[in-house]
Design a protein around this ligand. Structure first.
Ligand code: NAX
Ligand code: ADP
Ligand code: K
Length: 507
């Protein structure tokens, strides 16, 4: 899915009206209908719950009014509250007129804002994507009132006061929604940790925006779901052999962290690599051979950490970093690898920390390398803390462009930046994956997919990130989130990839 800016959303609305020959109030009606269908399924459980709809002066308020009318038709009596304003949008006014006279609809009195019962359900239709500046005055007071009421707030399209694609000034008034119900495509604001307290759980409902316009619209950001990946992972042909899927080399582990090498190895094998060789310090030899008999092990002459770069000739891709440590000799192995490698590289964990402390190494990064930092590792890599989540994304975009690499920023919606500066946000995964070793598993998965010559660097990265999160979702069904451990992710990678594998058409 594409992620549109607020301005592009409004262009998409216009294009849809033109292409489908519908008026703006008809498009608004679709949004209201979709919202009500979602809400009614939930209201049915508690039909007596007090329901309030707060409407602003623009089309978000128009949505709120259309929703109030539709709920009325379904037998639900919401109280409608209007924010006083000097100007109201045409579709606001139209829907105001369409309200049944029996519906209680009052202007908000800033001096006496309505009391809301703690079990009340509030629909926040004050402001949507037309917001041009932070809320102030009565609008801000109403938002604070809703936030302190304890009522359950459902935001229509976006929490009021939140910008769709840029940061909030500190201390801005923004509605704290339990749910945000948006339309057609997600907004960038929904994907950032700093907005989680406002957005709550979010979802998008289709309203039939013009697919051709959206298809042709250039965007900087994508949201990657299963549909987006459909057809990108080819099925294995009948006569494939282990050479078809590549021979990967993984350089990982140091004393006390051989487990990282084991987790990454298991994941690499479960992600379908043809052959895997693991380079570990001597202390890890027996462990790897025992824990992952499917992998071949190369032993470094040093006992506790990696000091030598193996001959790279046999390998289709090289992964380096999990549990590696940051010894001087290990740093030199990384330097040689960056100088000599002619095959795809996946760099994680201590390999990234070494790049951070030795910026001269960054200049050696071969193009199309895949880096997988979490936010702290990323900060070490760029050497500068981010001002906020939006700034961090711009740093990520700039980093991938500067070094012509694919750089991941791990988190709840892991972002992938490509050398052309596009960002792809992953949709799978759950907080159960916030457990030691999850990142090592990701490295293994990505290494396998980069060794598979059938896949482009972009597809390998997108498929790997999605499958890793999906494995987490499948595993958590069995273990619960708290009970999930990184090894479970490796166990479910095969299933997650199978779901993504293109099926052969019947004819
Ligand atoms: N494709 C979609 O997503 C659709 C969206 N629609 C709705 O339309 C909304 C956008 O409507 P609008 O463009 O009218 O935007 P808003 O409903 O956000 O309202 C904008 C109005 O508020 C004023 N305003 C902006 N910032 C303010 C501030 N800080 N303080 C006080 N007033 C302020 C503006 O001058 C303008 O009059 C969407 O969020 C959505 O709810 C639907 O009606 C139709 C389809
Ligand atoms: N709340 C979450 N939701 C989804 N995925 C998560 C969440 N927390 C962590 N993850 C995923 O788990 C992995 C953790 O990686 P990392 O921080 O490197 O862990 P480690 O170093 O312990 O292996 C990342 O892929 C990240 O996206
Ligand atoms: K809103």
């Amino acid at each position: 899915m594409k992620i549109l800016t607020a301005a592009q959303t409004s262009q998409a609305d216009q294009a849809t009206m033109q292409a489908q020959g519908i008026r703006s109030d008809e498009l608004m009606e679709r949004a209201a209908a979709a919202f009500c269908e979602w809400l009614l399924a939930r209201l049915a459980a508690d039909p007596a719950r007090p329901l309030h709809i707060f409407c602003g002066p623009g089309n978000n308020g128009g949505d709120g009014l259309a929703i109030a009318r539709r709920l009325y038709q379904e037998g639900f009596r919401a109280r409608v509250w209007l924010l006083p304003a000097s100007k109201y949008s045409a579709d606001f006014q139209l829907n105001r007129q369409r309200l049944p006279p029996e519906l209680v609809c009052q202007a908000l009195n800033p001096k006496r804002l309505p009391t809301l019962a703690p079990n009340a359900l509030v629909l926040d239709a004050l402001f949507g994507t037309g917001l041009s500046r932070p809320l102030s005055g009565t609008a801000a007071d109403v938002v604070q009132h809703l936030n302190s009421s304890g009522a359950c707030v459902v935001a229509v399209d976006i929490p009021s006061g939140l910008f769709a694609n840029s940061p909030q000034p500190p201390d801005s008034a923004v509605t704290r929604a339990r749910y945000t119900v948006s339309f057609e495509l997600p907004k960038l604001a929904f994907l950032l940790p700093q907005n989680a307290g406002w957005v709550g759980e979010w979802l998008v409902l289709p309203i039939g925006l013009d697919p051709t316009f959206i298809h042709n619209l250039p965007v900087d950001n994508f949201f990657v779901d299963a549909d987006f990946l459909a057809g990108r992972l080819p099925a294995r042909s009948k006569f494939s052999h282990k050479g078809t899927f590549g021979h990967a080399l993984l350089l990982a582990g140091s004393r006390g962290k051989i487990g990282a090498a084991v987790l990454a190895s298991k994941a690499c094998l479960r992600a379908g690599v043809g052959l895997l060789t693991v380079g570990v310090p001597a202390v890890g030899y027996g462990i790897v051979q025992t824990a992952v008999p499917e992998a071949m092990a190369l032993t470094d002459p040093a006992t506790d950490f990696v000091t030598e770069l193996p001959d790279l000739k046999p390998y289709a891709a090289v992964g380096i970093g999990p549990g590696l440590g940051q010894e001087d000799a290990t740093r030199e192995v990384l330097r040689q690898l960056l100088r000599k490698a002619t095959v795809p590289l996946v760099l994680d964990a201590d390999a990234l920390n070494l790049l951070g402390t030795n910026p001269d190494l960054l200049g050696l990064l071969p193009p199309d390398s895949l880096l997988t930092p979490h936010p702290k590792e990323f900060e070490r890599l760029v050497g500068q803390p981010a001002r906020d989540d939006y700034h961090r994304l711009e740093q990520l975009r700039a980093f991938a462009q500067q070094y012509r690499c694919y750089c991941v920023l791990k988190g709840a919606y892991t972002a992938l930046a490509t050398p052309d500066g596009t960002l792809y946000f992953n949709s799978t995964g759950n907080p159960g994956m916030a457990t030691g070793g999850s990142g090592d598993v990701l490295t293994g998965v990505l290494l396998a997919l980069r060794a598979d010559k059938r896949l482009s660097p972009l597809d390998a990265a997108l498929l790997g990130l999605y499958a890793h999160g999906r494995a987490g979702d499948l595993a958590a069904r069995e273990t619960g989130q708290a009970g999930l451990v990184a090894g479970d992710l490796a166990d479910f990678i095969g299933r997650a990839l199978q779901e993504l594998t293109a099926s052969t058409p019947l004819l």
